[in-house]
Structure formats: C-alpha cells, structure tokens
Design a protein around this ligand. Structure first.
Ligand SMILES: [Zn+2]
Length: 401
C-alpha cells in the first residue's frame, strides 16, 4: 500500500494493522522486534501498542531478553479476544474448530460424513460449529468463518463448482452455512490445498518462503501454489489443480472424467491399487507393511514414489518453488519415497531441482484447517479497530440457538 497522500488517521490504521498482523503471525514479540519490523520509532510503536491493549488484542508480557540496560517488555496476542470458525471439509469427514487470534486452536470437533448429501453435511457442520462456539471465550468476538473444500471453488461467489470426490456439483456452501448458522460474520470458502499453502507459509514449514507448493493427498490430490508471495487462483479461481495434470495417457480413468490424471497414480486409492490393498487400508498401513518386508506393499509404494517424482519434476520445472509441502496421505508416502522422488527430479531442469526443498507439513494434519482460519481472520488483520467495532459480540449465549 502506498501511503503518499494518506491522512493521519489512515496512516495510523495502516500501522495498527501491520502490528496486529505481525503479532498474529509471530506470536509473543519484544517491543524492539515490533519497532524493527514496522520501521516506526519507539514512541509511535508504544502508542499503537497502548491502543491495541485498550481494545484487548495485545497483552504485556514479562521482560524479554536478559541483556544489559533497560528491560524490554514484550507483548503477546490475546488469543481469546478475537476468534474465527474454521472448517476443514474432507471427503469422508470434517473438522470444525474455533481458532483464536494468533492461530491457537481453542476448541475442535471432528465427525464423519457420507459422499453426496450436501444438506446433511451442512447440518452436521452447523451442529459441530455450535458445539465449538459453546466453548467460545466470554469476552471474545467472532470475526469470520473460513471453509476448506476438496474441489473447485469459484473466486467470485465461493460456490463449490465441482468436488468429484465429495460428489458435489454447484453447491452454494457459503450461503447454506450462512442460513444454517445465522451468524453476522463473513464466510470465505476456499480450495483445501490453497488454504494449506497459506497456513504452511504463515506458520508451517514454508515460513518465510515466497514460492511454495502445497500438495494435499486425500482421496484425490490437490495443489495450492504461491507465486512471489501471492496465491495463484487463476481466472475463475480454479488454478493449481495439479492432481488433474495428465501424466499417464494409458492409465486409469479419473473421477473428473479424464484418463491418467496425476491423482490416479499417487492418490490414496492409487496407492491401494498399486499395492493390491483393500479399500479400508490407509496409506500409513501400506507404508508400514512395505517397511516390514511385504513385497506387494513395497512394490505399490515404489510405483507411487516414481509417479510422485514425475509430477514433482513437472512442478519444479514450471514453478521453480523454494519448497513443496506434502500434506494429507502424502505425509506418510514422502518419507518412504523421498529417494525415488529425488531420482525422478534428476530428469527436471538442474537449476530449479537443486533449489527445491521437499518438506512435510509443519502443521501436521491441520494445514487446511489453519488456512481456513487465516482467511477468516483477514478482515481483522486488515482493519483491526474497524472490525472489532463493527462486529456485534456473539459469545456462548448464541450457541444454544
Ligand atoms: Zn482428473
């Protein structure tokens, strides 16, 4: 943002937002860190901190550091002051959480659901949402709802256009949730891998990187791509669907209708098919069986590893990422196939291949959930005072609605 010609009030709001975002992303910080991050002088930062303490977003902590001279008092995010509802809608189950300012999960529920049946799924989500909201901090203010979905989500209206593994086509998930929950907060629906990429970059293993790819391997395979610090969304919001790049024209039919998509070779179902395992066997079980000497399982893991390498080599050539994060079932697959992936990477262009880091998620199984929280926090992070002033408090009382 250019501040040339801005009024004093606009400059102050901009500076407040910068501090609120920094503390949300970094947690407890010393005043000197806030001074060096914002480039403002110490007394201006002191004034802004006082403002944010008044609205309850910041809290003073004990002196940080034991150096010589005056002790520097730090500040920490008051995580119970503002919170969001975060939903990770997966193919067979959902996780619903209350996430406080600063990224702490305050309450969570998990439940299973069936393929299709969107009305029923929305009712279940709302029930879980009411349960976590019943645990909301009394003086806290809800500022948004974020939802991650394994499918194509329109950037203009949050409509779930096509989620083949969920069995959904053209579902207005945001509107359905608004109706069901009747909360005055904005609802942001996004692609699960996009949200995973955002969270891993803010507080996971891609922290500090500007070129990131997050792969989510559930039943399908999705990709979230961050280029130069910005999420690649595409013209309609459907960019980054790396699971549907064609790698094997002679391969299996995909749920999207095409043949030989990457997910038909590296998804969890593909791993089971390659390993001759039953429908209920998890990726972790197959990898464990392979490690224990089961030859069929080992052949399956190796096949997936080679296909994983083929796709990764393409992504490295196209995007030249700093880091690729392997989420979902790929968290179990990567450690067992890292060498095979590296072997295939030898076929990628040497310069970008040498550069890339292949990483496991820093946030474990919660990348998408915490990414959903990040987008829901965006109004607060962009305009903290306006958001806190304009949002009617909705505490535990509404939970029994
Ligand atoms: Zn496909």
């Amino acid at each position: 943002m250019s501040l040339a010609g801005a009024t004093q009030d606009e400059v102050r709001r901009h500076n407040l937002a910068a501090l609120v975002r920094f503390l949300h992303d970094h947690g407890s910080s010393s005043r000197s860190e806030l001074v060096s991050h914002t480039g403002l002088n110490r007394s201006t930062v002191g004034g802004l901190i006082a403002d944010l303490e008044t609205v309850g977003l910041f809290r003073e902590t004990e002196p940080v550091g034991r150096g010589v001279g005056r002790p520097s008092y730090g500040v920490e995010p008051a995580r119970e002051r503002a919170y969001v509802l975060a939903i990770d809608l997966r193919v067979d189950r959902s996780i619903v959480a209350l996430v406080g300012y600063g990224g702490a999960v305050l309450a969570r529920r998990e439940h299973r659901h069936r393929r299709g049946q969107e009305r029923r799924v929305v009712a279940q989500l709302a029930e879980a949402a009411r349960a976590v909201l019943a645990e909301a901090p009394e003086d806290g203010i809800g500022v948004g709802i974020g939802v991650g979905v394994p499918g194509l989500v329109s950037r203009t209206d949050g409509m779930v256009r096509f989620a083949p593994n969920l069995g959904w086509t053209d579902v207005s998930l945001g509107h359905l949730l608004e109706e069901e929950l009747a909360l005055p907060w904005p609802v942001h629906v996004g692609n699960d891998s996009d949200l995973g990429a955002i969270a891993e970059r803010v507080r996971g293993s891609a922290r500090g990187s500007t070129h990131v790819i997050y792969l989510s391997g559930q039943i399908g395979v999705g990709g979230g791509v961050i280029v130069d610090g910005r999420l690649l969304v595409g013209a309609g919001g459907y960019g980054g669907e790396v699971g549907h790049m064609q790698v094997n024209p002679d391969g299996r039919r995909c749920r999207c209708g095409a043949v030989g998509c990457w997910e038909t070779e590296i998804g969890e179902a593909a791993l089971r098919a390659h390993a001759g395992a039953s429908a209920r066997t998890s990726a972790a079980d197959i990898v464990a069986a392979a490690a224990a000497g089961d030859e069929t399982a080992a052949a399956g893991v190796a096949a997936v590893g080679r296909w994983l390498g083929v796709g990764v080599a393409n992504l490295v050539n196209i995007f030249n990422p700093d880091v690729i994060v392997f989420g979902g079932a790929l968290r179990d697959v990567l450690p067992a196939t890292r060498e095979l992936v590296r072997e295939r990477l030898a076929h990628a262009l040497a310069a970008p291949a040498e550069h890339v880091v292949l990483a496991l998620p820093g946030l474990g199984d919660d990348s998408t959930l915490l990414g959903a929280a990040e987008v829901a926090f965006e109004p607060l992070l962009s305009d903290p005072l306006g958001t806190l002033a304009g949002t009617p408090p909705v505490g535990p009382a509404m939970a029994g609605r």
